[in-house]
Design a protein around this ligand. Structure first.
Ligand code: NAD
Length: 508
């Protein structure tokens, strides 16, 4: 068994490492090699849990279990309402344990407890949404060219799904994959990120408690190259649902190509928050701050480019920078903390490298940019909320994802220039548009090439609304009715009704 849900105090005791096992075919198991790795609390900088270090043999076992459960088990053939019942039970269990899992998540990735509680408490909505869909996944009848034909389609589960997730919102981003996959009748092998795998294992206990049959949901923990890559390349995997960086996403696509697995990719972003002079500036400044400093900027949809119309540029820059300087950094477990550390030491080094590059390229540092020197923050992987002004489109800070609390500010003259700058990126995940002109709001929303555009808002998601990227931000959609396509495939059945024999050498 895995350890029971963590209490926040547990992470403060060095040497007392919580031990976890993985879920394969309904059993809690160590890695076959017996190897483990440590996961580190980003606030204390100390390891707090030991995680099985899965390799290809563990991946084989998990995929074999998922394959058996799909091919031979009752799961995919069960009426949708049976799958729905289990999804609802899981929703109830998650609702009961949301706060405990949130604590594990904060301990593992350093994001604020209130952010993780918010995510976990909202999770049951996703399972209820997909429970509601489970018995409504049907095909259609199609009129044939003549009355001799009945043509209909069946929507079938795609098969064994590999769900590979990042460290920033492990259980939420898993749910975006798992809930529709299970509703459709797929079986799943989950591979969480090595930097924050514990909450996924805690969540897997609830999957088991809810009564999902063995092999329907499996979890292997380990590193990208050792566990993720073999899972992607496994010939018995039918579909890979991946969230992570664009670089890994393209290697996932290559791995899937060898066995023609289906792929959906939720990747990185460099999303623009576009503030027009006629905007409600109080709301816009709040939205800009939420877009880049919430979650220490470690969200795929971070509004990391602020495009602001010249007339209000200085005022908005001043207000956002003042807010940046006033952000309360601290223990992410404390409810009044506004920004915690970044998730791991290597990531801190990477964020600092990008800040240094921006300065070297001539961007003007207006706020932050350094490690805070307060004693209480010394052990954690902290970086100040950072604002760069005078950013031009060719600078790396305007083009590359930082995945940290670093904002790049660029002025624009008019709507046409705003749209051009917003689209001048390889990414296309999200955008915010701030204006009180309703026509302009929709014009700009239509012109921006991104999977999600918020008007006078930023960073809202929900089970009902499709989410995903244009361009290098990915392919496929999670959430909403669109996500059904990711976990089902359509079979077309032709029924000859006329009884006539047909010309064997003629198509039709
Ligand atoms: P990452 O790409 O390094 O890792 C993501 C997952 O892929 C991890 O589980 C990792 O172990 C695994 N992995 C690594 N190499 C692999 C390989 N060769 N084959 C298979 N799996 C492999 O990303 P990360 O640093 O954990 O996450 C941050 C990135 O995720 C950012 O770029 C962010 O924008 C993106 N992200 C996107 C969304 C979205 O919905 N679009 C959401 C959250 C995060």
């Amino acid at each position: 068994m895995t350890a029971s849900a963590a209490s926040p105090g547990a992470r403060r005791s060095p040497g007392d490492l919580r031990r976890y096992e993985m879920l394969v075919d309904g059993e809690w198991v160590p890695a076959r090699s017996g190897e483990t790795f440590e996961t580190v609390d980003p606030f204390t900088g100390r390891p707090w849990a030991l995680i099985p270090r899965a390799g290809p043999a563990d991946v084989d076992a998990a995929v074999a279990a998922a394959r058996r459960a799909f091919d031979e088990g009752r799961w995919r053939r069960a009426p949708g309402r049976e799958r729905a019942r289990l999804l609802r039970r899981l929703a109830d269990l998650v609702a009961e344990r949301a706060d405990a899992i949130a604590e594990v998540e904060t301990t593992d990735n350093g994001k604020l407890i209130r952010e993780m509680q918010g995510q976990l408490r909202g999770l049951p909505d996703y399972f209820h949404y997909w429970a509601g869909a489970a018995d409504k996944l049907h095909g259609e009848t199609i009129p044939g060219a003549t009355a001799d034909w009945l043509i209909y389609t069946i929507r079938e589960p795609v098969g064994v799904v590999a769900a590979i997730t990042p460290w920033n919102s492990p259980v939420l981003l898993l749910t975006w994959k798992l809930a529709p996959a299970l509703a459709a009748g797929c079986t799943v092998v989950v591979k969480p990120a090595e930097q924050a795998p514990a909450s996924t294992l805690e969540f897997a206990r609830l999957v088991q408690e809810a009564g999902f049959p063995p092999g329907v949901v499996n979890v292997v923990t380990g590193f990208g190259e050792e566990a993720g890559a073999p899972l992607v390349a496994h010939p018995e995997v039918d579909k890979i649902a991946f969230t992570g960086s664009t670089a890994t996403g393209s290697s996932v696509m290559r791995g899937a190509a060898d066995h023609i697995a289906q792929v959906s990719l939720e990747l990185g972003g460099k999303s623009p928050n576009v503030v027009f002079a006629d905007a409600d500036l109080d709301a816009a400044v709040d939205g800009v701050v939420a877009g880049i400093f919430a979650a220490t900027g470690q969200t795929c949809m971070a509004g990391s480019r602020l495009l602001v119309q010249q007339d209000v540029h200085d005022e908005v820059l001043e207000r956002v920078s003042a807010r940046a300087r006033a952000v309360r950094m601290g223990d992410p477990m404390e409810p009044e903390t506004e920004m915690g550390p970044v998730a791991f030491e290597g990531h801190l080094a990477e964020v600092r490298r990008r800040i240094a590059a921006a300065e070297a390229e001539g961007a003007r540092l207006v706020a932050g940019g350094r490690r805070p020197d307060a004693d209480a923050l010394r052990d954690g992987f902290f970086i100040e909320p950072t604002v760069f002004a005078g950013v031009s489109p060719e600078m790396s800070i305007c083009r590359e994802e930082v995945f940290g609390p670093v904002l790049a500010v660029t002025p624009f003259r008019d709507e046409a220039e705003a749209v051009r700058l917003a689209n001048d990126t390889e990414f296309g995940l999200a955008a915010g548009v701030w204006t009180t002109d309703v026509r302009r709001a929709h014009r700009v929303a239509h012109a921006i090439r991104a999977g999600t555009v918020w008007i006078n808002a930023y960073r809202s998601v929900g089970p009902m609304a499709p989410f995903g990227g244009f361009k290098a931000s990915g392919m496929g959609r999670e959430n909403g009715s669109e996500a059904v396509r990711e976990y089902t495939q359509v079979k077309t059945v032709w029924v000859e009704l006329g009884g006539a024999s047909r010309d064997p050498f003629k198509l039709g």
